[in-house]
Design a protein around this ligand. Sequence first.
Ligand code: HEC
Length: 288
Amino acid sequence: MKPIFLSLAAVLSVASAAPDGKQLFTIHCTACHMLDQMVVGPSLVEIRSLYNGKPDEFVKWSIAPQKKRPGAIEMPSQAHIGEEGLRAIYAHIMDVSKGVVAKKQEQGDPFAASPTQTVRPQVQRIFMPNASPASIAVALDDMNSLCWDAGNSRLRYAWTGGFIDGFAYWKGNGSSLATVLGTVKYTEQASPFGKDAAVKFLGYKVKGGLPIFRYSVGEQIVTEAYSPVSEGMGFVRSYAVVTKVPLVLDFPAQSGVSITTDKGKLEGGKLILTPAEAAAFTLTFSLK
Ligand code: HEC
């Protein structure tokens, strides 16, 4: 046992000797800072112009941010990252912003009233209420959002209204939950593949700001993509399932929710599809 213990200690000491600025930036800053345009906070290009050659000032700001730009929200202190981590983030920002030109600001209010009200579709790894710690918050558009749980590969709930308020989360060390800014209109108690389905998360990617999740259910490989409805409230869920046997999915009826399918028939809360139909089908969830 002893050698294993020692080598783990060695790995840990190496990791703490050289914090990964890129990784820290992704975890703590990307939600509000983009490379070449202002979202919630200024672009990295602007940060470079203010802080190039001034790492101490940069660290000072990050630990104790000021209210500076009129209309912007207050940046939460990043003191919990520690000075060393902030210096690594500084090096990362200076590196990636070198020679980059800022995009012309899009029309509209460049300062969202909250980090959560940016209209662009977005996918965020964050701690969410009523979900496992591996949850992902998705804003499909400015009215429709959902929480997908990568811990057990299933949709937890969808809501309408605003997106999330991650302020408590960004301010702290990741132990707080984000707040849903809206009304939950649809909840799933179990995976449509069954309560006891052997699901395994295989990863996700983001295309055009929208998420595509991949997971397996026993022998079946599932791709589940989300997009906004063209009108009103709700979401569109496009599946591709590789299966050799007919697929039976559960979507128990819920008040205020109407579900339509482009393949097969949804009856009594069950959708039954042939393997050929399961290869590509789309469900539209309309919410009141
Ligand atoms: C919740 C959103 C949010 C997060 C997360 C966030 N920032 Fe900010 N940041 C802002 C806002 C908003 C401003 C502009 C504040 C103002 O001008 O009043 C800002 C401004 C800045 C500035 C410019 C300071 C100046 O002198 O104008 C720097 C540098 C900065 N942030 C660094 C960071 C770093 C580093 C991280 C991650 C460790 C981070 N921010 C995380 C929202 C955020």
